[in-house]
Design a protein around this ligand. Sequence first.
Ligand SMILES: Nc1ncnc2c1ncn2[C@@H]1O[C@H](COP(=O)(O)OP(=O)(O)OP(=O)(O)O)[C@@H](O)[C@H]1O
Length: 486
Amino acid sequence: MLEIQELSGGYGDENIVQNVSFRVNKGQMLGILGPNGSGKSTLMKLISGALPFRSGFVKIDGKPITEFGAKELAKEMAVLPQLHAHAFSHTVRETVALGRYPHQSGWFSAWSDEDEFAVTEAMRLMNISHYEKTQIDQMSGGEQQRVFVAQALAQDAPVLLLDEPTNHLDINHQKELLDTIRKQAIDKGLTVISIFHDINLASMYCDELLLLDKGTIVRMGEPHEVVREQDIEMVYKTRISNHPHPELPKPQITLLPGVKRKVPTMLVRPQNFIVTSEFVIYDSPVPLKTVSSAVVNAGAGWFRTFMNRRVDSNYECDDSIQEMKDFIERKGFKPTDTVGMMTAVKTEDVIIKEYTGDFSSLTVAVTAGVGNAVDVSKALDRKEKVGTINTWIMVNGCLSDEAFIQAMITATEAKTKALHQERVMDPLTDTIATGTSTDSCLVAATQQGEYLPYAGPVTELGRLIGIGVFECTVEAIGNYRMAKKA
Ligand SMILES: Nc1ncnc2c1ncn2[C@@H]1O[C@H](COP(=O)(O)OP(=O)(O)OP(=O)(O)O)[C@@H](O)[C@H]1O
């Protein structure tokens, strides 16, 4: 275990690092974050003993580092510095072998099997074995970086201090290196402290993070406690947005540019929708922020083209997503920029209406096939049948994430009310249906104009979504029933 208590120190008379205290247990990885010049490297130098500290202490397993001899300390602590001085050109193997010096009594005189194994293993872990005879000054920056990490690993010390280990590395090598270090920390019980410039990588790989500013700790804790918009924005003096990692409970950040791209001011209007016997299309001049349960590009994203395509009621396809993407492409649109839905009802029966409020307006578009109506409160086994209500709500405004979710809820409630009024029955249960088994909903917003934080019925936006989806669904059901009769 590494324990740092009230550590202060710097260069000359100036204290760069002030009163820093923390501890890192075996098998744990601590990431140090902070802007340029915040004292990260200085803190590392104080911990490693490269720079004498003015006050406080650093202890490894309870023993102050000042009580270790230089070689003894190197057996306990391996350091990857930020800049690597290599006055003489060595081969990769020779460079990695330098990491073994604390374990030897005389230079290369007592080269043991253990030394040989450590060097070979470190080269294997860093995937540089095939370069072993290459001169280090003939390698790229990223390849050299892996050699120096291998040198630190070959040292076989229980404490590993890394100053920007992913410097110069491409994304795959960043991942490989940090996977390896993390695995080493767990398997060998290493204590790892690493400086990061990439907040997202630090959040992904570290158990705890320490945010440094002007030589003092601003915040320390698990990634969710440190990667917070307010603290990061204050310390780094830049706008960011915080969002969840898609697979891990580790917060990630996105930089928000200072210079906004010029986008033409635009409004979604019903007259810009194109309705043919094949599809309903809205092709926007600018990407709209979208949340949907579509067939193609479901989920959240920014998209320009919105397609509700008519398919035959016997439509069956093993890979309907790919088939739909091919269709979108055949029609001259980009599958990467299109949200695509399917319906078996006549697309000409779509109801598209505009609803205007003080904030601006929204457009609702609904196709409603209710041959497959379902009362969702009765959990019965069902065969999948064609019949779908596709609901689009396109808002001229700037929606919060919360508003997107509330818009979906409001729209669903309004759709269910429409089915209730129209007495659409679930044929299996003979009760009033709440929807169909394959309904899709889409909420898209221009993200221009008024900021609309909420979209529940207590807001004007929510009320317009409610009335709009209700009216359009009622009319779309009417159209569907007329078409069935005809
Ligand atoms: N050898 C030195 N002599 C005098 N001052 C130094 C020395 N090294 C660093 N400093 C100063 O100490 C402060 C902290 O530097 P340090 O290198 O610790 O920051 P850092 O957080 O690691 O920055 P970066 O992200 O740019 O690597 C800076 O103001 C720097 O100018």
